[in-house]
Design a binder for this molecule. Structure first.
Ligand SMILES: *Cc1c(COP(=O)(O)O)cnc(C)c1O
Ligand SMILES: [Zn+2]
Length: 395
């Protein structure tokens, strides 16, 4: 199967980069690269009705993914997770049309499986033997897991604050665990040194173009599951912000293909009160974030004080007409129980943060009660047993 990828393009200065060879960031300005597809050619080659007949994984969208040869696919059923209409929860939150995307049902229990499946498939296709990445927990676990399936050696550099479960998971999949630094930026610096001295393939977020491609399937699925239509609002728990860019990009590509029509959704980034660089930059009207000092939150996936892609994330939020909002850790814990008891879904603290944000977005008039809102639960509560215990402990 041929891919419809034409080239990679710099998200900042538009410089074109060749596809099919190892690429990381823009060679002229150092910004993240984005993958471009020949959508005109694709429009004639595949119809959405064909896609609907395929296997229920993210690879049902293979024409919209960058892999050239299906034999390099590294997959174990990730994606096409349920989009659940949650009427009882919606009524409590003062909305009429609310869906929760439950990505906790992925391998390793988080949506990081989407990025790992796509990223390691491409690494395999490019003949890469060893990859390296810093992680605050969930990405490292997912890459270790898919690395085992791919037969690629994965080195995961984590800060000392990483949850014990994530360390064990990396080791269980035979990956190399490097503990370095107390914060994610410190781990990232340590991992970057290995990339330079040991020649490991740099798979750090925003420095490896294909994770984002995998995460785009989030947006493709939401559109398909809404009967090939777009919601008005997407509420997303944001750390590095890859998902914000990925979902918005996927939906705009679907519109260009003619598979959906109408306005693109407003992207709402939810951040933790204790780590809110994007919300801060939105409030200041700044083009980029500054490193958030002493980042603190139980939601490890949102504990990202600064990321290479933040400028692009801010541009995307603004272009979509969206905004940012913060919630406290206690509000996340309360929302875990509220969601669990009204829907049966078990969201991680990050996922629950989207539910905690909705009453605030209603009160400030950002969301109208009649709008179609999709909240994204990026992972399962089962990965956060301490948070589950804290959320349910009675004084
Ligand atoms: C990584 C992660 C996030 C943040 O994802 P980005 O798209 O990088 O902002 C949110 N939730 C969970 C559970 C995560 O693991
Ligand atoms: Zn550039």
């Amino acid at each position: 199967m041929a891919s419809f990828v034409t080239h990679l393009v710099c998200s900042s200065c538009d410089t074109k980069h060749e596809a099919g060879v190892e690429q990381h960031v823009c060679t002229s300005c150092g910004s993240p690269l984005l993958v471009e597809y020949d959508l005109d050619r694709m429009r004639d080659a595949v119809r959405r009705e064909e896609v609907e007949e395929r296997e229920p994984t993210m690879w049902r969208y293979r024409e919209l993914l960058p892999l050239r040869d299906d034999r390099n696919r590294v997959s174990m059923g990730e994606g096409f997770t349920p989009l659940v209409r949650v009427d009882a929860l919606a009524a409590e939150l003062g909305l009429r049309n609310l869906w929760l995307k439950d990505d906790g049902q992925n391998p390793t229990g988080t949506f990081k499986a989407r990025g790992a499946s796509c990223g390691l498939s491409l690494a395999k296709e490019l003949g890469i033997r060893e990859v390296s990445m810093p992680s605050s927990g969930n990405a490292g676990g997912a890459w270790a897991c898919y690395g085992a399936l791919a037969g690629v050696q994965v080195h995961v550099t984590v800060p000392t604050s990483v949850p014990p479960l994530c360390r064990a998971e990396v080791l269980m999949h035979g990956a190399d665990l490097v503990v370095a630094g107390d914060t994610l930026p410190e781990s990232a610096a340590a991992a970057a040194k290995h990339v330079e001295t040991d020649g490991w393939y740099d798979a750090a977020t925003w420095r490896e173009p294909y994770r984002l491609e995998g995460k785009r399937t989030f947006g493709l699925e939401i559109a398909e599951q809404l009967g090939w239509s777009l919601p008005d609002v997407i509420v997303y728990p944001t750390g590095g912000g890859l998902g914000v860019v990925a979902i918005y990009r996927a939906m705009s590509q679907l519109r260009e293909l003619g598979w959906v029509s109408g306005d693109l959704p407003r992207m709402i980034a939810v951040q933790a009160e204790g780590c809110r660089p994007l919300v801060d930059a939105l409030e200041r009207g700044a083009e980029d974030t500054v490193t958030w000092p002493e980042a603190r939150t139980i939601a490890s996936g949102m504990r990202v004080p600064k990321s290479l892609g933040h400028a692009l994330v801010l541009r995307t939020i603004r272009e979509s007409g969206g905004t940012g909002v913060t919630v406290t850790d206690q509000e996340m814990l309360d929302a875990m129980v509220r969601t669990g008891s009204t829907t049966g879904i078990q969201p991680c603290p990050e996922g629950a943060s989207t539910i905690a944000a909705i009453p605030k977005l209603r009160e400030s008039g950002v969301i109208d009660p009649n709008e179609r809102v999709v909240a994204v639960s990026t992972g399962s509560a089962l990965r956060y047993q301490e948070a589950m215990a804290a959320a349910t402990s009675r004084p």
